[in-house]
Ligand binder design. Sequence first.
Ligand SMILES: [Fe+2]
Length: 231
Amino acid sequence: MLHHQTTTDAPPRADIGPMGPTDHAGSARERAEYLELARRWGNSAECAERVGKGHCERVAEVACALAMADGIAGAELFWFRIGALLHDVGKLMVPADVLGKAGPLTPAEWRLVRQHPAEGVEMISAIDFPWDVSPIVAAHHERWDGAGYPYGLAGDEIPRTARIVCIADVYDALTSERSYKPALPHREAMVVMRADRGRQFDPDLFSVFERVAQENAQHWNQGARATHRVM
Ligand SMILES: [Fe+2]
């Protein structure tokens, strides 16, 4: 890996650097093994949270569509997908009774939950990914206005890949059924998200997302969406 972030004192760098279509591509076997690992860990995080299957795969699908429209391609897109699949892997380190709690969380429980991005970076630090996926894991809950967690980064300080996954993560949360609410239709989810353009979301990236979502919403929303709580 190019770098690791394991504490809230050391935010991820925003510039992941350019990568050509053939750099860090890895062999086909190596890629298949990383993809399998990312899917297993992503699915494990869903199980730890007692959610239905498919959240990490859907977030990765939506995030990759936005990433492609933003110019990410080739090998870089493959590793971006790995990072998106792994974005919530740190939830494996959050106690199951906290993740599965039906009612509101206490302040102490929220502190545990808010550590899951840093916990995720710690978990994947032992793996030598050919492309550094840790900025996605570390910063997917940062907000454009600086009010996110765990680092409180703002604007361009937030790695662009994490800003993309943040949009995809929220879209999937809104359009998925949860124990206390039905899934929002695409159109209503976009109304909710537009209110956070420039607040939670990078305004320019969100404009790209508007177009991408219009083109893909029907495909994305096919099939049942799983019950889960987004933290
Ligand atoms: Fe998360």
